[in-house]
Design a protein around this ligand. Structure first.
Ligand code: COS
Length: 383
């Protein structure tokens, strides 16, 4: 496989765990729209709620290629679990580690090692989706605390989480530079979880509204200085987009493997359908695009670890992997025909889960915008 030969043993170990522990619960989680509680504990034992944190915070300190492999392998068998792990790691504990004070890191990252303590990421609002700078939640300073009001939508792990990092406007006149970020704790009066979404895919992940009604947030819960929130969250999404690319890759690999096996064994007109060129070309195109997506994802992962500017590469990785995933999951259903159109095989679930990868953490249109802006910025125009 492309570029990951040094991770062959690592991947095999990760895959064995995902197949034995995560895969058996995937269909039920999708059907019942409930995140399997057993997975919280299983993943805690693996250290996968703190994949890239240093050991002093209970983490396992993996690099970003290893992180991407874990998300990919989880999504190969269960998109909902992969998404939940990805959101918590890259959008939850990641930014607290990157932007938090030593006190905030100690309080929110040095958590009880016997329990999964999830952190949610509250950026999106009903009127601020692609336009993340359109944040309408407001935090007004009042002495040693802020009074927070507003609503966040589409928040992964709203019910499962113990903490949430959220953005709110601290300067009404300041555009994106008037947005700050805060760490909230469940149980703060006025902080409540609203309606759960009834989603097309990733139905086993916990997605709901968050409401803030005069929540008193201590000043020490602000992350960074006032006005830094938007930039922090954009930097965070650069990393998050690698995760969603890895998610798309995992769903693609899962669907491809089912289709390839089916093509090798299912007979029509007296021979396996894989012997017909029409099916062979589908498999060849699926496999080729999967390898190309893998290259982009690992490339962006390596750049992140080298602390290079990888914003454009993570947007490219997510954009391309999501488009590949749309192609592959759809073609997989094509190979299986009627069998692919029912839950008898997991490809229909993977097809539904796929759609999230084209929307979450920035739509494909937003990725194109990020990529094009980076290209144009790099071009020097003579005055
Ligand atoms: N890293 C560091 N800084 C960044 C950044 C990044 N990736 N992206 C933007 N910024 C900075 C800019 O440099 C600018 O700061 P300066 O004026 O100091 O240079 C500031 O943030 C504003 O940037 P910009 O003008 O590009 O903001 P826009 O309002 O035009 O928004 C997009 C930019 C569209 C890219 C942003 O709103 C976005 O990513 N939207 C999608 C949101 C999303 O992914 N939501 C999913 C939520 S999680 S499920």
């Amino acid at each position: 496989m492309f570029a990951d030969s040094e991770y062959t043993g690592f991947r095999a170990e990760v895959r064995a765990f995902c197949e034995s522990e995560i895969a058996p619960l995937a269909a039920k989680a999708d059907e019942e729209q409930i995140f399997p509680k057993e997975n919280l504990e299983k993943l805690q034992k693996k250290g996968w709620w703190k994949i890239q944190l240093p050991e002093e915070y209970g983490g396992i300190n993996y690099n970003t290629v290893q992180y991407s492999i874990i998300v990919e392998e989880l999504c190969r068998v269960c998109g909902s679990t992969g998404l939940t792990v990805a959101a918590h790691n890259s959008l939850g504990v990641g930014p607290i580690y990157s932007f938090g004070t030593p006190e905030q890191r100690d309080r929110y990252l040095k958590t009880d090692s016997s329990q999964a303590v999830l952190v949610a990421f509250g950026l999106t609002e009903p009127q601020a989706g692609s336009d993340a700078g359109g944040t309408q939640s407001v935090a007004v300073r009042n002495g040693d605390h802020y009074v927070l009001n507003g609503t966040k939508s589409w928040i992964t792990s709203s019910n499962l989480c113990k903490y949430a990092i959220v953005t709110a406007r601290t300067d009404k006149s300041g555009g994106v530079k008037g947005i700050s970020s805060f760490i909230l704790e469940k149980g703060m009066p006025g902080f409540s979880i609203g309606k759960k979404e009834n989603k097309m895919g990733c139905r086993g992940s916990d997605t709901a509204f968050m409401h803030f009604d005069d929540v008193h947030v201590p000043v020490e819960n602000r992350m960074g200085a006032e006005g830094e929130g938007f930039k922090q969250f954009m930097i965070t999404l650069d990393g998050g987009r690698i995760s969603i690319g890895a998610m798309a890759l995992g769903l693609s690999v899962g669907a491809f493997e089912v289709a390839a096996k089916y093509a090798a064994t299912h007979k029509q007109f007296g021979k396996p359908i894989g012997e017909y060129q029409a099916i062979q070309w589908k498999l060849a195109d699926m496999a080729t695009r999967i390898e190309a997506a893998r290259g982009l994802i690992y490339g962006a992962s390596v750049m992140k670890d080298k602390k290079q500017n990888y914003s454009q590469q993570s947007a490219m990785a997510k954009l391309y992997a999501a488009e590949v995933c749309n192609f592959v999951t759809s073609e997989a259903i094509g190979v299986l025909g009627g069998d692919g159109y029912s839950p008898r095989y997991p490809v229909e679930r993977m097809y539904r889960d796929m759609k999230l990868t084209e929307i979450g953490e920035g739509t494909s249109e937003i990725q194109r915008m990020v990529i094009a802006r980076a290209i144009l910025k790099s071009i020097k125009v003579d005055a």
